[in-house]
Design a protein around this ligand. Structure first.
Ligand code: SF4
Length: 144
């Protein structure tokens, strides 16, 4: 059976479920209305937890996962979520299943894909919003 199809451990699934319950509450987001989408991200996060001991975002390719987890950028809830409230995996969304894009920089691919999606709960989440300049610098470095 290919590794990515392995069933994650119950311990990791519980950890992910706690994250989802806690973070939707804190950020004022909801999980995607299509349960298949939510479940596939849930499983991906739990598999990464089993593999590298961290809730590494399952929607990205990493040349070296062990190296990647030394940085916090893509540990869920990732920097994009904590700075911009943007979840490119579509785990934390609006009721309509859209990622919030209103805080993203102008030329960000999330805006290109979804247009401007307003935050229905602007008083919640974005604990790292004061790091927006650093996050954008990091993103640009990885684009070049
Ligand atoms: S994009 Fe960020 S917040 Fe969304 S699932 Fe991936 S790591 Fe978590």
């Amino acid at each position: 059976m290919p590794k990515e199809k392995q069933i994650p451990s119950g311990k990791s699934l519980t950890r992910v479920d706690r994250l989802i319950a806690g973070y939707t509450r804190k950020s004022g987001t909801v999980t995607h209305p299509d349960p298949e989408i939510t479940e596939s991200i849930r499983l991906g996060l739990a598999r990464n937890m089993d593999e590298v001991g961290k809730l590494l975002c399952p929607c990205r390719f990493y040349p070296d996962k062990a190296e990647e987890v030394k940085h916090r950028t893509w540990i869920c809830p990732c920097d994009d979520m904590q700075v911009y409230k943007y979840c490119h995996c579509l785990l934390f969304t609006t009721e309509e299943g859209l990622p919030i894009t209103e805080y993203l920089p102008e030329n960000h691919e999330g805006r290109d894909a979804y247009g401007e999606v307003k935050d229905p709960t602007p008083d919640q989440g974005r604990l790292l919003k004061h790091h927006a300049a650093e996050r954008e610098e990091e993103r640009r470095r990885h684009l070049s």
